[in-house]
Design a protein around this ligand. Sequence first.
Ligand code: G6P
Length: 371
Amino acid sequence: SAAEKGGHDYFMLKEIEEQPEALSNTLRGHFADGGVVLDEQRISEQDLRDINKVFVVACGTAYHSGLLAKYAIEHWCRIPVEVELASEFRYRDPVLGRDTLVVAISQSGETADTLEAVRHARTQHARVLAISNTNGSQIPRESDAVLYTHAGPEIGVAATKTFLAQIAANYLVGLALAQARGTKYTDELEHEFAELAAMPDAVRSVLETVPQVRELATRMCDAKAVLFLGRHVGYPVALEGALKLKELAYMHAEGFAAGELKHGPIALIEDGLPVVVQMPSLKGHSQLHAKLLSNIREIQARGARTIVIAEEGDEAVRPFADELIEIPAVPTLLQPLVSTVPLQVLAAEIARHRGYDVDKPRNLAKSVTVE
Ligand code: G6P
């Protein structure tokens, strides 16, 4: 019924609007007495200190959250991190051992590819930490440590609130590791946590763009294809924006690292092609901001229709944005928590206008339990 869907035509929009709560519920209880608290922890302090390599394994949207984990964990912990599609991981015989931490991210906790990656890691004596939204599911049960996201049940097949919760959980894991290894101390952790804790409000404020994005969607329904560009943490966001559009609207969509544009994708630009660009934080990443500006100028000159997601107050980008979606300025690593939201709405609304079932896209399952 409409009431169950929070007054919306479909669950996904309700779940998009629940993201501030999904985030605050995930953060709540995972930080106490100046430190990060996991839900289950069977890895000794000494073993945690000895970790010298991290692999993140996941599928689909969870994989995109994993790509973001790399930026945070390498920055905070100074440990090399590789992010790998769970379905590729075990078949290439990765180098694993007691000093390797494998972080397995799975909303359902039942995805077969991710579960098999976990099993393989354990046979090689790696330590496994699971991030899941489902209490007592198989992946957490077979792991050495667990952090549960508390996004609540997600009905829409395409992940939304669980994605934001996974990003927060990844960052909590990064902080827990930094703490165990002594690269971050209590006051620094408290500072990082306070920044995370402010994100539910930032997401609430980005939800104010929903009417603008819904209107934009009505004008994008007939596009042949849509490209998404971003750099640094904006790159996984571009991949996620494209995946959402494929899943829901059955449109050809690709996400690219903006720096790669000149190495190929720019050949795709033609008159009227919508290109969604995620601008880096102005203060946090001024160098990358300048590079993206020149990318936008280039694609606009070649006829692309630019849809730009930029921080409030980013005046420099205005002349190059055919459509400007403003998001609050937040610390660089946290930007995906706000910049993903308009892309979720865009995909859902384009799908709705094209007459598709937003909550149940064709050929897809919420949890895929076969390899
Ligand atoms: C399916 C869903 C995706 C999801 C992926 C991983 O393919 O359609 O939305 O991202 O599985 O799911 P998991 O439960 O492991 O996070």
